[in-house]
Design a protein around this ligand. Structure first.
Ligand SMILES: *[C@@H]1O[C@H](CO)[C@@H](O)[C@H](O)[C@H]1NC(C)=O
Ligand SMILES: *[C@@H]1O[C@H](CO)[C@@H](O)[C@H](O)[C@H]1NC(C)=O
Ligand SMILES: *[C@@H]1O[C@H](CO)[C@@H](O)[C@H](O)[C@H]1NC(C)=O
Ligand SMILES: *[C@@H]1O[C@H](CO)[C@@H](O)[C@H](O)[C@H]1NC(C)=O
Ligand SMILES: *[C@@H]1O[C@H](CO)[C@@H](O)[C@H](O)[C@H]1NC(C)=O
Length: 478
């Protein structure tokens, strides 16, 4: 049933060599990079969107002491799939998934632990992968290949206050997702997270990747496991700001009352969803409810008179997404696991467009950097909405007639905000591009202080993710 539906949906398949892990990108689903930045206080936000190659231009925000500026860069690594030519000579479909029993490796369960609080300590161990073992690493994240000279940032591990965080075990992870489909839904940071996971899994087995208009999938035939990425930076319906081309659109249009159909329509095929949101709400946006304008943020248009900020909209969008999952899953009685990955802070020093950089080469020490301001607020909203959704799901389950089987709806938080906040050294910075100083250091060089180098501290997110999966599997057995 599932196989058939999958096959029908795939308009353009791309088979990938088994020798390499490739990260395919589709032009529509995964638009290339735009960098937007709000210099609020002393650092900025910075993230990705749409295709263009223009000199940066600035937009002033009247209701801010600061500026919002955007620049757009074409990432070299994004390949545009020509759908029509692909469908003209379709490649063979991926082989049917066969689940071979993996090595009978005993999964060791750690005691559940609070991974949120802790510190970064030095380690001598090498990262699980490098750009040789994970070929086709997205260029803009491949900091070492791009010439980043200081490698010290690779040699830190997260030490939770009350326990140890084990190293990522790719085989254990694959065992836990055997016969499952785990979908990542979000923006380029969600993709960054998934790319780290793929690089780590790639050290033991090679997936077959393929792209569709609304998602990219990686099948692990050895475990009949599927990972997928759905580009949906708002989680709800909307049109992303796009400074160029025929779909020119100077601001986001975000419909807070409808979950984005791109991922919502495939929900029945998913066993686990990893959701995240944040940065895209900070740029000029108009918010809609029931197709009516309810407010905006950062003056997207001159007739926007009601600045409602971005906290309320982030909360509403998350609530709408979670409600949609609850409605579809809990009411139908077939459960799903939902992981909300919390906000990932950025680390600009100075104005991003005046040489703003992330120059640190070491983590912050305990107490050196507090969780505060937007980082704290967005994370708090995410926790509050998860609690709210849990309570709502519970109510719905209670109201169900006893005879109705319910397979469970689980909702957990993957809290990365604090550990990420302490890693100003983990971003590509100037090494988002190859050898940025080859022509001299005086030249202005764009920095990326939002996404994370691969390998890098973002790999820790997956170590915690694995521990969560182990605990969930254990809880299900009990
Ligand atoms: C895509 O492929 C079609 C059919 O092969 C071809 O006619 C068209 O020019 C291609 N478009 C691009 C942008 O390469
Ligand atoms: C990458 O890792 C492999 C396996 O651990 C190792 O043999 C190789 O030397 C590494 N390559 C680089 C460039 O560090
Ligand atoms: C393969 O995995 C899918 C979930 O992605 C599941 O629905 C299907 O039953 C699995 N197939 C087998 C043979 O277990
Ligand atoms: C601004 O005015 C235009 C034209 O009347 C309208 O279509 C648009 O919805 C307005 N935007 C806001 C945010 O009120
Ligand atoms: C400007 O922002 C402040 C909060 O920073 C808000 O209280 C105020 O209503 C906003 N004013 C306008 C005109 O949007």
């Amino acid at each position: 049933m599932r196989r058939k539906r999958l096959t029908l949906k795939i308009r353009s398949k791309k088979r990938f060599s088994n020798k390499k892990l490739k990260l395919p990108y589709v032009s529509y689903a995964l638009p290339p990079i735009v960098l937007f930045c709000f210099c609020v206080f002393f650092y900025c936000h910075f993230f990705t969107s749409s295709p263009a190659n223009e000199p940066p231009h600035s937009i002033s925000i009247s209701n801010h002491s600061s500026l919002a500026i955007s620049t757009e860069l074409i990432p070299h690594s994004i390949s545009i799939t020509n759908h029509s030519s692909l469908s003209a000579s379709p490649p063979p479909p991926p082989p049917p998934p066969v689940y071979e029993k993996p090595n009978d490796q005993k999964i060791v369960y750690e005691k559940p632990c609070d991974y949120t609080n802790g510190r970064w300590i030095r380690t001598k161990r090498n990262p699980l992968y490098n750009s040789t073992t994970c070929v086709n690493l997205k260029e803009s994240r491949n900091c070492i290949a791009n010439g980043r000279p200081d490698l010290g940032f690779l040699y830190w591990k997260w030490k939770p206050s009350e326990c140890y965080l084990p190293r990522f075990e790719p085989n254990t992870f694959l065992q836990l997702i055997s016969n499952k489909h785990v979908a990542f839904v979000g923006d380029s940071l969600s993709r960054n997270h998934l790319e780290s996971l793929l690089c780590m899994l790639n050290t033991v087995t090679k997936p077959n990747g393929f792209s569709h208009q609304s998602f990219t999938r990686w099948l692990f035939p050895s475990h009949n496991a599927t990972l997928s990425f759905y580009w949906s930076p708002f989680l709800v319906q909307g049109v992303e700001r796009n400074n160029q081309g025929p779909r020119y659109n100077n601001y986001n249009k975000i419909h807070l009352d409808h979950a984005n159909m791109r991922w919502e329509k495939d929900m029945d095929q998913m066993d686990m969803i990893v959701l995240s949101l944040g940065h895209w709400f900070l740029i000029p946006s108009v918010f809609y409810w029931d197709d009516k304008v309810i407010g905006c943020v950062n003056r997207p248009v001159s007739n926007c008179t009601t600045d409602i900020g971005f906290y309320g909209p982030i909360r509403r969008a998350l609530r709408t997404a979670l409600n949609s999952i609850i409605k579809k899953k809990v009411k139908k009685g077939n459960g799903i696991d939902v992981i909300l990955r919390t906000y990932s802070p950025s680390h600009f020093e100075g104005a991003w467009d005046k040489g703003g950089i992330c120059s640190k080469t070491e983590p912050y020490r305990a107490g050196e950097r507090q969780l505060e301001g937007e980082n704290a607020m967005i994370r708090r909203i995410q926790f509050e909405e998860v609690e709210r959704a849990k309570a709502r799901a519970k109510e719905l389950v209670k109201a169900k007639p006893k005879a109705e089987k319910f397979k469970g709806f689980r909702l957990e938080v993957l809290d990365v905000t604090k550990l990420a906040l302490l890693r100003p050294d983990g971003h590509p910075g100037a090494y988002m591009n190859p050898f940025p100083f080859a022509k001299g250091v005086s030249k202005h060089v764009q920095n990326d202080c939002v996404h994370w180098c691969l390998p890098g501290p973002i790999d820790t997110w997956n170590e915690i993710f694995l521990e969560m999966m182990k605990n969930m599997a254990q809880a299900a057995e009990e």
